[in-house]
Design a protein around this ligand. Structure first.
Ligand code: HSE
Length: 298
């Protein structure tokens, strides 16, 4: 038996929801082929140019699969062929796609033995290899699709899939390197109460705006007073993209996950294209290499 999995890119945080909100993108997707093999354990084959480690304990897909195999009493072997389209270090959930795609694929081969929260739990071991932290805000949307709220990760993942209206997403990936672990180290460990109030009001507003299909409320709630002021300094062009996109009609947006990618949400495709032009203009002016994606929430 074998299966081919499309593992989607994801946007974590969604501006105000640091570590608790994320959504899946229609593209790009990693392509992963999994098959059961005789020899127990995990065999990884890279079908791309990224030279990621093939030793399972060092590889996010490998670590996630090992956690899953550990939960099965009988010895099992799985081979995974991975062709990544989501660039490692881009900030659109490259590691989560590998981990989530791997466990979703193996689960299919096992006759859907495990529940989605269990898959999230296994895949978080992959995130730990990538960044040292078991966050689920890329994993959960990669496994559930759409927009997800991670109400808790312990003792077990408590994931809420959120209905959302049609939304276009424009992403720009400036070619600079920001490690998630570094982007976490610079954050302040304490939050003044007035900032916390503002932030959880925005999270509530964003969730309500999504559920009620209220685009204006979604736009007003895309504000982050805690993480963005610290991290945005690391990303050239941040203010220009953000302000230019709002002028072009975007609902709002900000840093995708821990960056360096930036994302903007729009209600219609024409606006999303205008936002893409703002991104082109910004990075051409700065003379920085970049990639853009125009897609939808999946
Ligand atoms: N919530 C995580 C962070 C996502 O912002 O550090 C990392 O992709």
């Amino acid at each position: 038996a074998s299966i081919t999995v499309l593992a989607p890119a994801t946007v974590a945080n969604v501006v105000c929801g640091f570590d608790v909100l994320g959504f899946a993108l229609h593209e790009p997707n990693d392509v992963m082929k999994l098959r059961l093999i005789e020899q127990p354990g995990v065999v990884l084959i890279n079908d791309d140019e990224f030279n990621l480690p093939t030793e399972p304990t060092q590889n996010v897909a490998g670590a996630a699969l090992l956690a899953m195999l550990h939960a099965i009493p009988e010895p099992l072997g799985v081979e995974v062929r991975i062709r990544k389209a989501i660039r490692p270090g881009s900030g659109i959930g490259s590691s989560a796609a590998s981990a989530a795609g791997a466990v979703a694929g193996l689960n299919y081969l096992l006759g859907n033995h495990f529940s989605k929260p269990e898959l999230v739990q296994f895949a978080m071991y992959g995130e730990e290899v990538a960044s040292g932290v078991r966050h689920a805000d890329n994993i959960a949307p990669a496994i559930y699709g759409g927009v997800t709220l991670i109400r808790a990760t312990t003792p077990t993942p408590d994931i809420v899939a959120l209905d959302a209206p049609p939304l276009f997403v424009t992403v720009v990936h400036p070619q600079i390197e920001i490690k998630t672990s570094d982007a976490r180290k610079i954050l302040k460990q304490e939050v003044p109460l007035r900032d916390a109030i503002r932030q959880w009001a925005n999270v509530g507003g964003l969730v309500a705006g999504l559920l009620q299909h209220d685009y204006a409320l979604i736009g007003r709630s895309l504000e982050d007073v805690i993480v963005e002021p610290v991290r945005s300094i690391l990303i050239p062009g941040f203010q220009d993209v953000k302000e230019g996109s709002r002028i072009a009609g975007a609902l709002g947006g900000g840093i995708s996950g821990s960056g360096p990618s930036l994302f903007m949400l729009s209600q219609d495709e024409a606006t999303a294209r205008a936002v893409e032009n703002v991104m082109h203009a910004t990075y051409q002016r700065l003379g920085l290499d970049y990639l853009t994606y125009l897609t939808t929430i999946n």
